[in-house]
Design a binder for this molecule. Structure first.
Ligand code: GLU
Length: 305
């Protein structure tokens, strides 16, 4: 595997200067924050602070057609209202498209990516891409860009979910980094930004567990250090569906902050915190933070709105 030096240095340099713990909360503005997002925010924040680490916020807004009007403002208002304190200015991926394009160019020069003209219709119900366009040498303009994968087992040990493995060639095939409509795929943006922001730890919902091997694969090609992962159990609604914007999960009600915060801390099976100002409640949750108490399941018991 190629191991070329990365394009630009991380904000927090490797080696002596690399922080022991940098974590993040990286919501997509495809809807307002809901209770499931609050659980992720609380867990990533408490875990970072309990490790004397930094906590950053990044808005993942490359998928312009899926942006829900007003949701970005609601996310920023919520972070403020819950009194989370990011350690750096919030970054927006839509301002960083040049960086992702230059990484695609780097991968192109190294022979890791190729243009693909297959439409969704051509691929049909086949979820494993067969590499149809791998050797066609198509020009990059107006085509999807795919990353080559290889026939090897990629494994990682999640701090909650234990060992997780995938053979990307068997399970998925070469995957898209940039769509035909020019939109940079989440997989590329997340890997590049986690690296450039000096991230060491990822704490997020278990719905993203299956994306991790793809991200590890891409990161290893780019020579980025591997991250620690913790995938949290998901909050479900009364119909047994994960809370999501698609399932019309309720936006966090900013008039009920202490109650919601207490409920999120309970959902993570952490010791009780008193109803107080959000900053004080978070401080108490950090002091009592114990990941051994978090359920290892993929879904939380009980139902939420
Ligand atoms: N932006 C993703 C989401 O809102 C999360 C990405 C991540 O944490 O890696 O679901």
């Amino acid at each position: 595997m190629l191991n070329n030096p990365p394009l630009s240095p991380p904000l927090i340099k490797e080696g002596d200067n690399r922080m022991a713990y940098v974590g993040r909360f990286a919501p997509s503005p495809t809807g307002p924050l809901h209770f499931g997002s609050l659980i992720t925010a609380v867990a990533s924040y408490c875990d970072a602070r309990a490790h004397q680490g930094q906590w950053l916020v990044r808005i993942e807004d490359t998928d312009i057609p899926r942006i829900y009007p007003g949701s970005e403002a609601h996310i920023l208002r919520s972070i403020d209202a819950f009194q989370f304190e990011p350690d750096a200015e919030i970054i927006f991926q839509k301002d960083r498209l040049d960086i992702y394009e230059s990484v695609i160019e780097q991968l192109h020069q190294q022979g890791w990516v190729y243009a693909c003209q297959c439409t969704r219709k051509m691929l049909g119900s086949n979820h494993i891409y067969a590499g149809t366009c791998r050797d066609l040498n198509l020009p990059f303009q107006q085509q999807a860009i795919r990353l080559k994968v290889s026939d090897q087992q990629i494994c990682f040990t999640d701090r909650l979910q234990g060992q997780h493995c995938s053979n990307l060639q068997h399970d998925l095939g070469d995957f898209v980094l940039k769509r035909r409509d020019g939109i940079i795929n989440y997989q590329l943006a997340v890997v590049v930004d986690d690296y450039l922001q000096g991230m060491t730890h990822v704490v997020r919902g278990a719905d993203l567990l299956d994306n991790t091997e793809r991200q590890i694969w891409l990161g290893s090609i780019l020579g980025y250090p591997q991250l620690e992962y913790m995938h949290l159990p998901l909050a479900m609604n009364a119909q047994g569906q994960k809370l999501s914007k698609q399932n019309l999960a309720q936006a966090l009600d900013l008039n009920r902050i202490p109650e919601l915060l207490q409920q999120a801390i309970r959902a993570l099976h952490q010791p009780e915190v008193d109803l107080d100002t959000p900053a004080h409640m978070l401080k108490q949750a950090i002091a009592q933070w114990d990941i051994n108490l978090i359920p290892h399941a993929i879904e939380l018991q009980g139902s939420y709105l």
